[in-house]
Write a protein that binds this ligand. Structure first.
Ligand SMILES: *Cc1c(COP(=O)(O)O)cnc(C)c1O
Length: 389
């Protein structure tokens, strides 16, 4: 029997291990210099002005909606084909979620439907848009920005699947996911199945100094030690080197230096990993190109900026294929069960039939193994297992 082949997995090297051990022997396990180093290197990687490292992708979303000013009862728009956290973040602050159905060609949120929803709603009904770069396929943020500006929305890009991904804008320039050019903020996750593994970890990128400062404050209890920002005067309260102020209701959403060091070390190999992901994708594209029963959701030829967190195929016999692969110790997965059909979201009033294209996509989608350390022979075995009767 072959060794199990998952749909995604981390790649940890001796270099990564030494980077972690070094921090363990240092003075700072958390709140030390590795955090800023990770942030600066990550901002540089995606091309944003600022980056804030946090404890995971979900807390990155939570802090972002807070920093963007989302308030109770306000509403955001997102896609039903995403991980629960993209939408849950709005519920955390007492806001409400609406979905726009997907574009069946990519399974990304259909921006035309977003526009329709906004046009058919009273002005000011929605505060924000949370598009998701599903599987690593970048949403066209330039188009999203146009709509957002027209209707007064902020954009929070969930780029958890897409570090290193890009789309090409009207001017013909590559615009990288999370570069802060069109979205007000973008979030990333460092869960082990994602491109960069920290175990747990997340990052928010933005080009707004104001959002950046707010994120820093909220990440650590709403407390600041920066004397330029103090609100009370030294006449009101005795101040000295010890003094700090809690100015808002924040959280402890910090990432420890131990994990930030792993992130830095992983980030050093991010381009290499991305190139390997694209190579794997091209080989799958070719293998399925004349197999009408297996349809890649998108191809590398059509989306050269795809970051390939996932390689998604669509097939009528999805369950049969899932079982057949499992019998060969190949563990595929489905991304995602439409969020509006989850019991919790149904309890909020959503029902089957609300987003028919998302529901149809779900019936046929399967994510097959995609990670840089997938060997050529393993990939051949996956392809053979998919294509044999
Ligand atoms: C992984 C993921 C998240 C959440 O990240 P965690 O680090 O697991 O909290 C959010 N959105 C999407 C699209 C994700 O894939």
């Amino acid at each position: 029997m072959n060794k199990p082949i998952p749909y995604g997995r981390q790649n940890i090297t001796e270099e990564d291990i030494s980077a972690v051990v070094e921090v363990l022997k240092s003075d700072f396990l958390t709140q030390g210099p590795k955090i800023l180093e990770f942030e600066q290197k990550f901002a540089n990687y995606v091309g944003s002005k600022y980056a804030v490292a946090v404890s995971n992708g979900t807390t990155a979303l939570h802090l972002s909606v807070l920093a963007l000013g989302l308030k109770p009862k306000q509403k955001i728009i997102t896609t039903p084909i995403t991980f629960a956290a993209s939408a849950n973040s709005a519920l955390y602050v007492g806001a409400e979620v609406e979905f726009a159905d997907i574009d069946p060609d990519t399974a990304l949120i259909d921006l035309k439907k977003v526009r329709k929803l906004l046009e058919s709603s009273p002005k000011g009904s929605y505060s924000g848009l949370i598009p998701v770069d599903l599987a690593g396929c970048p949403v066209n943020m330039e188009e999203a920005r146009k709509i957002a500006d027209e209707f007064g929305l902020w954009i929070l890009e969930d780029a958890c699947h897409a570090p290193g991904g890009y789309f090409t804008n009207v001017a013909g320039e590559k615009s990288f996911c999370g570069n802060g050019r069109y979205a007000d903020a973008s979030v990333f996750s460092f869960h082990p199945v994602k491109h960069i593994a920290c175990g747990e970890g997340g990052m928010i990128t933005t080009n707004s100094a104001e959002v950046y400062e707010e994120l820093l404050l909220l990440r650590t209890h709403g407390i600041t030690k920066d004397s330029n920002r103090f609100r009370l005067s030294s006449e009101e309260i005795a101040q000295g080197g010890w003094y700090y102020e809690m100015q808002e209701l924040g959280y402890n959403y910090r990432i420890p230096d131990i994990l930030a060091a792993l992130g830095v070390s992983q980030l050093n190999r991010a381009n290499e990993g991305l190139a390997r992901r694209r190579e794997i994708a091209e080989k799958y594209d070719l293998a399925f190109s004349n197999q009408p029963q297996i349809k890649p959701l998108t191809t590398f030829k059509d989306y050269p900026g795809h970051a390939y967190h996932l390689y998604i195929i669509q097939t009528k016999d999805r369950k049969e294929l899932y079982e057949k692969l499992k019998a060969n110790s190949i563990y595929s997965q489905v991304h995602y069960i439409p969020l509006h059909l989850q019991p919790y979201y149904k309890s909020l009033g959503f029902k089957k039939g609300d987003f028919p294209l998302a529901e149809k996509y779900y019936e046929e989608a399967l994510s097959i193994p995609m990670y840089p350390s997938l060997s050529d022979s393993e990939q051949d075995f996956v392809i053979q297992s998919i294509l044999k009767d």
